[in-house]
Design a protein. Structure first.
Length: 193
């Protein structure tokens, strides 16, 4: 007797603050990146941050749509940790150079082609755009929304006041059905419409 094959996604509860600490600890600095962080329910995320963060799309596309400009990526730092590529980035508007997002990426290249890996390592194109351009079958799983009070390093990178508040998200990108990328994405301050 044979039984139909059923795919079941295993949902694992992740402590958002522990995951935030794991990602930020990959790039320790002299000045704190974040002074304080609180995990908040997606439903209570204020606008326009809710529109920017509470979705299962690439932040590259969302940022470009919201700001009305393509975005460029600047790699702040990068390293390989146990055969996993990690990088800290800033996305900036192509039209005026203003920062729109800070991010930390932890990428297992096992699940993408050598061409995708090479393009990501070049640091010239935002991650989301690379995956879209190469038509990598992907699914984005929103893990958590966080409210952050920025430290001096993040304030410098996002051109905002030390101690000011903004919002971000933790997410996982599944490439070709496998969890390949863990993300921290923090928005620069947004003005309500």
């Amino acid at each position: 007797m044979t039984f139909p094959v059923t795919c079941v996604w295993l949902v694992v509860a992740v402590n958002a603050i522990e995951e935030l600490n794991r990602l930020t600890s990959m790039f320790p600095g002299e000045n704190p990146l974040i002074r304080e962080a609180v995990h908040i329910p997606s439903s209570t995320t204020p606008e326009p941050y809710k529109r920017m963060l509470v979705h299962d799309s690439h932040m590259t596309v969302t940022m470009e749509q919201y700001h009305g400009s393509p975005v460029n990526v600047t790699v702040v730092d990068q390293k390989d940790i146990d055969d996993i590529y990690c990088r800290e980035i800033i996305l900036t508007r192509a039209d005026n150079g203003k920062p729109v997002q800070f991010g930390i990426v932890r990428f297992n290249f096992e699940f993408v082609t050598p061409q995708v890996k090479e393009e990501i390592l070049s640091g010239e194109i935002p991650l989301g755009r690379v995956l879209i351009n190469h038509n990598v079958l992907r699914h984005i799983d929103l893990g958590a929304i966080i409210k952050v009070k920025v430290g001096p390093e993040l304030a410098r990178l996002l051109e905002m006041e030390d101690g000011a508040e903004t919002y971000g998200r933790l997410a996982t990108i599944f490439c070709n059905g496998s969890p390949a990328v863990d993300l921290l994405e923090i928005s620069a301050p947004l003005t309500p419409a």
